[in-house]
Write a protein that binds this ligand. Sequence first.
Ligand SMILES: NC(=O)c1ccc[n+]([C@@H]2O[C@H](COP(=O)([O-])OP(=O)(O)OC[C@H]3O[C@@H](n4cnc5c(N)ncnc54)[C@H](OP(=O)(O)O)[C@@H]3O)[C@@H](O)[C@H]2O)c1
Length: 260
Amino acid sequence: MSEPPTQAPCTIVTGSSRGIGRAIATGLAKDGHRLVLAARDAARLDELAEELRASGCEATTVAVDLRTPDAVAQLLAAAQQAYGAPDIIVSNAGTAPSDKIENTTAEMMQEAFDLHVAVPLAFARQTAAAMKTRRSGCLLHLASSAGLRGYPFTSAYTAAKHGMVGLTRALHLELSPKGLQVYAVCPGFVDTDITRTAAEAIAKKGKTSAADALRLMGAQNNIGRMHTSDEVADAVCMLLRERPTGCIYDLDREPASFCN
Ligand SMILES: NC(=O)c1ccc[n+]([C@@H]2O[C@H](COP(=O)([O-])OP(=O)(O)OC[C@H]3O[C@@H](n4cnc5c(N)ncnc54)[C@H](OP(=O)(O)O)[C@@H]3O)[C@@H](O)[C@H]2O)c1
């Protein structure tokens, strides 16, 4: 294990307007991080920031579409201006396109690779030099069990999440000798807007109800049920607090553990 930072870390959390990202930001606020909250929905971000500030946390927001050119640079500049050089990047923002392969468009593929691979890679590229100089910093990627095994009807998402896990492994080997930690956290299905929207789409096809579709998703997890956003956030907070040696953290196993 390496030493955690001694002063309140400056931490960027992408996709923190709702779902897992919002739960992560709430957990990190309790752990004393100074937060830069990012997503497209300015109103939801501002509401969360106000809530966190009311509980004594420092938080600022950046409403940005991460797929636009220079979004990562814009976010890093905003963090620098608010709190100084970012110590931790949590790359969580994502979408989960789902359809049979014949209907999987180039745009679905591009969006999946932009958000799950290109954005975390851009964060690494633009922060590694400064983090190496300080011999301190952490890049954490919200991956998925879809980065470790295949699922039908999710070819673009599964391919992109495998890319995210591969990126994490490569960065871990390159940067851990320089004192940095690089993690991917891999939950199975989690009860959020992503899974609820998918369940409603399945229900619209008339074969099952949305509630049954959600139950079936949970049953596909090795743990036999859906994860909650709070469980994922707890794992992220633990990794950022304790900085254990390891790289790919599989939440969909009992007990959750590294599967490098
Ligand atoms: N739910 C699951 O079953 C599950 C399982 C394993 C892994 N994951 C991963 O966990 C992460 C979070 O998922 P979630 O379930 O919490 O989904 P969610 O509730 O739909 O939240 C997704 C977040 O990403 C943000 N986002 C999406 N596209 C964006 C863009 N172009 N630019 C900036 N922000 C963007 C959204 O904010 P705005 O809409 O405001 O931009 C939102 O805050 C994703 O990477 C997902 O792949 C989810």
